[in-house]
Design a binder for this molecule. Structure first.
Ligand code: 2BA
Ligand code: 2BA
Length: 109
């Protein structure tokens, strides 16, 4: 069994959630925050059998798209001057960042 953790954009989360349920994947959705943009994103925790991981990856890929996003300059006032970006920059936020972890034990009481 594997635990798949997928960080996706909030805009894709409903669509992905519906697709996961349609394909019979059990999932838990967490509201998370990206360290770089300091904006909300969504992390899905999906425990599944090893032989279904490839299918799961394709479902995620089909339902999540990458988008360009502008990072506005943020005043360092009262914040950390080390992270100050003086001009807007564009970053490409990926469709999904995915980690596949082995599960040592699975319990369901
Ligand atoms: P939910 O996904 O909202 O599921 C609530 C309950 O609905 C489940 O209880 C189960 O009894 C039923 N259920 C869910 N998916 C089903 C399906 N495809 N067919 C028939 N019945 C289904 P639990 O199994 O005790 O799960 C409670 C919560 O634990 C789940 O909430 C989910 O958030 C999490 N969870 C369970 N299995 C998971 C897994 N393999 N990976 C990630 N999260 C899991
Ligand atoms: P954020 O950390 O808010 O990052 C959003 C996007 O900003 C990233 O998209 C990337 O294009 C850019 N970015 C992030 N760190 C950067 C840096 N140090 N320099 C330049 N550009 C940078 P993605 O790579 O697609 O990541 C989307 C989200 O996935 C991230 O949001 C973070 O929440 C998560 N993530 C990505 N890689 C991760 C990792 N290795 N571990 C944990 N979470 C990760």
């Amino acid at each position: 069994m594997k635990l798949v953790m997928a960080v996706v954009q909030d805009k894709d989360s409903n669509r992905l959630m519906n697709a996961l349920v349609d394909h019979n994947f059990r999932t838990t959705k967490l509201a998370t925050t990206g360290g770089f943009l300091k904006a909300g994103n969504t992390t899905f925790m999906i425990g599944t059998e090893d032989h279904r991981v490839d299918k799961l990856l394709s479902v995620i890929k089909e339902n999540c798209q990458s988008r360009d996003q502008m990072v506005a300059p943020v005043s360092p006032m009262g914040g950390n001057a080390d992270s100050y970006v003086p001009y807007p920059v564009e970053v490409e936020v990926g469709g999904a960042t995915i980690f596949v972890l082995p599960i040592e034990q699975f319990h369901h009481f």
